[in-house]
Design a protein around this ligand. Structure first.
Ligand code: SF4
Ligand code: F3S
Ligand code: ZN
Length: 103
């Protein structure tokens, strides 16, 4: 599961589509965590797609991650600023790849 303390335990190494990327990153095998308020651990996501289907405000879009061992697409939190903290994505992800911090 994603580390809920990732902001303490990781460093920001990049930016992508307007959100932060928390390392370590070693492409294509290791991709880190994308987003902060809505955070997706790309190294855990296996492209189930429930988060994209269920998010009521369309926070997520697919992004291509060719060569990653778990899946070659990931749910990217491109609209994390629109999140309404319903926690549905956290509940439906089968591998607990998503962390949302209500604030
Ligand atoms: Fe979307 Fe709700 Fe997840 Fe926020 S908590 S990203 S609104 S499903
Ligand atoms: Fe990935 Fe979980 Fe969404 S596996 S596509 S973050 S439901
Ligand atoms: Zn991203």
């Amino acid at each position: 599961a994603i580390d809920p303390q990732f902001e303490d335990n990781r460093e920001v190494v990049d930016e992508h589509e307007g959100h932060k990327v928390w390392g370590p990153v070693d492409e294509p095998e290791q991709l880190g965590i994308h987003g902060t308020h809505v955070a997706v651990d790309f190294d855990i996501c296996l492209a189930d797609g429930a988060c994209l289907e269920d998010c009521p405000v369309d926070v997520f879009e697919w992004t291509d991650t060719p060569g990653h061992p778990e899946s070659e697409i990931k749910a990217d939190p491109v609209n994390e600023a629109q999140c309404i903290d319903c926690m549905l994505c956290v509940d439906v992800c089968p591998v607990d790849a998503i962390d949302v911090d209500p604030g």
